[in-house]
Structures are given as structure tokens and as C-alpha cells.
Design a protein. Structure first.
Length: 349
């Protein structure tokens, strides 16, 4: 293939399709192995040794525009940078962006469960199943279209989803099955059992999706400001700091659920949100959503009932949105300072 020619079997990426998913399908459509296709298209680059969906350079996106005829704006929607300014403000060069699930890349293997999927969506896709960008986000836990919980691994062998390796172990053969199949055991992920997600779970997932694209409310219309606070709350719900213990007990009592029910090692060490087990992550996300609902009324009701200080809410928070900081300071710092001062004066009298 010459550098300037258009690919003979070029197709556009599907709605919300990941770049890696699209490239894998393009390779199979041209009857070329994924590794070889990447080297041919991008001048010998080791495409699959990096998190392509997170760090694909602009030059690669321009090449794809030229070789497939896909508008650049549409190509740019296949990479996770599309969520900048919505889910997070800026990730920084070479840094993992908040809320983006890591893959744990080691050569061309994946050690972490950084790609979610909905079996029913893959089944609906028919002969050309594909993987979505929002399946790489830590705020995703249920499919609102199909009404089921998302999954993050092959139930047959426990391996992470690594669809570009479906031709693994067959050196002289091309892929002869859709990318919905597990690269390790061959199980078709589009046909595995699913678990129904209850209506409250789906409602919470829909709300996160709405906020991501529309903003939270009239006061917080920049979505990333909501997710900054959501992240702070989740971090305090799972850490091992004694200063967070009262808050953890309060939120568990109020919501009737604890992450310890899913994994007893939670709150004994330090783990990033993105590396939490899927069910633990979904649970603490929903706890944080619950606390932010009807802000600040529900929050104020809870802190009045429990001996919670301002420390866990503001600890190590680099950029604190004003709408959050003001309520915490006035009610858990300033308010309790004057309350203590008043009690001290009464004792003196």
C-alpha cells in the first residue's frame, strides 16, 4: 500500500467506537494481521504496545483520515481525549487521565481489566461487533440500553478483553472470527450470560451519562467540576485513613451498603479508583452519587447526624470547586468552630 492511497476496504468507525476496535476491524477487512497492518499503515510503529485509545498521536489520526476518507472530527471521537473538558480538565502529556481505566500493558498483553463490555450490545452488532469508548471509563458500570451490568473479563478463562489478539497462536492464519471472541479461550463474549441491573442502578448510570454531556445543573454546568467532587468522595469511601472512618461508617449506614460486602480488603490499603473491582467501583460511585443528590440538603442532613469533620472532604484535593468548598467549610469547619466556642462560653458562665 502506498502512503497516499486510500485503503481499498476502508470503512468509517461505528458510533462511539474505540480506535483500537476500528483498526482491528480494518485489518481483518483487508485480510491482514493486526500487527502487520499497524506497521504498514504507520511506518513501522509498534501500535499495539501502547494504549492506543489513550495516547494515539495526532499524526496517526491524520493518516487514518487520509487513508479511510473519514472526516478528522469523526476519527477524533475514537480516542479517549474526546472526554477532556467533560470528565476531566486535562490529563497532561504521558499521564493517565482520571476516570480512564488502565490496561496494564506489558508488551502486547493486558494485565488489568481496563475494557468493559456489554454482551447484549455485542450481540446486537450482528456480524461486526465492536467496542465502545465509554467502556473504557471508570464511571461506567451498567448498560442503560440493554439494562444489564457491564462485564470486564472473559467468564471462561478470566482473561482481560484483548480483541486484537484473536489470531494469536495461528501464525500463518488470519482471523476467522469476530473480535467479540476471547483471544485466549475462544469464547464468544456476545453469547455469555448477563445479569439484569435493577432500575435504581440504571437510573444512576443514566444520570452520570447525562452529567457527562450536559453538566450537572445550572450552578455546575461544567461537567468536570462535578466529577472532581465525585472522585474526592469515592477516594474517602475506600481509603484506610482513620480520619475517613466516621464518614465511611455514616455513608454505609445511610445507603445500606458497604464495599466490604464485595471485598473485605477495601479500606486496608491504597488503591486507585480505576483499579477497584468492578462491583466495588460501581457501589462506591453510587454512594457518592447518593450523597450529592439534592445538594446540599442531603449532605447537611447526614453531617448533622454523625461526628464527621471537614478533613476527609477536603484532604489532598488539589482544585476544590467553590460550590463544594463553601458548603463544607461553612458547615463542618466554621459552623462547628462557633458551636464549640459557644459551648465554651456557656461553661464559663
Amino acid at each position: 500500500m502506498s502512503q497516499a492511497s486510500r485503503l481499498p476496504c476502508a470503512t468509517y468507525p461505528k458510533t462511539d467506537e474505540l480506535l483500537s476496535s476500528w483498526l482491528t476491524r480494518l485489518a481483518h477487512d483487508h485480510l491482514i494481521k493486526t500487527h502487520t497492518f499497524g506497521k504498514m499503515l504507520f511506518s513501522g510503529a509498534n501500535v499495539w504496545n501502547t494504549d492506543l485509545d489513550r495516547s494515539a498521536p495526532e499524526s496517526m489520526l491524520h493518516i487514518l483520515t487520509q487513508r479511510t476518507g473519514t472526516p478528522l472530527a469523526k476519527v477524533e471521537q475514537t480516542v479517549l481525549r474526546r472526554y477532556e473538558g467533560q470528565l476531566y480538565l486535562h490529563s497532561g502529556q504521558g499521564r493517565i487521565a482520571p476516570w480512564v481505566l488502565p490496561l496494564g500493558i506489558y508488551h502486547r498483553t493486558r494485565r488489568y481489566y481496563g475494557l468493559l463490555f456489554c454482551p447484549l450490545c455485542l450481540r446486537r452488532d450482528g456480524e461486526t461487533p465492536y467496542f465502545r469508548t465509554h467502556w473504557r471509563l471508570a464511571i461506567s458500570y451498567a448498560c442503560t440500553r440493554c439494562g444489564v451490568y457491564l462485564q470486564d473479563r472473559c467468564p471462561g478463562c478470566g482473561q482481560p478483553v484483548t480483541f486484537f489478539r484473536v489470531e494469536l497462536g495461528r501464525k500463518s492464519e488470519l482471523a476467522d472470527r469476530p473480535i467479540s471472541h476471547c483471544f485466549n479461550c475462544g469464547l464468544d463474549l456476545a453469547k455469555i450470560p448477563t445479569e439484569h441491573a435493577p432500575a435504581p442502578v440504571l437510573a444512576d448510570q443514566r444520570e452520570l451519562e447525562r452529567i457527562l454531556y450536559e453538566g450537572w445543573n445550572e450552578q455546575v454546568f461544567h461537567p468536570h467540576l462535578y466529577f472532581v467532587v465525585l472522585r474526592q468522595l469515592v477516594k474517602q469511601f475506600i481509603n484506610a485513613r482513620s480520619a475517613s472512618a466516621a464518614l465511611q461508617q455514616a455513608i454505609d449506614t445511610e445507603t445500606g451498603w458497604s464495599p466490604l460486602q464485595e471485598n473485605f480488603t477495601i479500606r486496608t490499603g491504597k488503591v486507585s479508583i480505576e483499579l477497584l473491582p468492578l462491583r466495588v467501583r460501581s457501589g462506591v460511585l453510587r454512594q457518592a452519587q447518593w450523597l450529592l443528590t439534592d445538594w446540599p440538603e442531603r449532605f447537611l442532613e447526614m453531617v448533622k447526624r454523625y461526628p464527621i469533620t471537614s478533613t476527609p472532604f477536603l484532604y489532598a484535593m488539589p482544585a476544590i470547586p467553590f460550590w463544594f468548598q463553601r458548603v463544607v467549610i461553612e458547615n463542618l469547619y466554621v459552623g462547628r468552630y462557633f458551636q464549640a466556642l459557644s459551648m465554651h462560653k456557656k461553661k464559663r458562665l
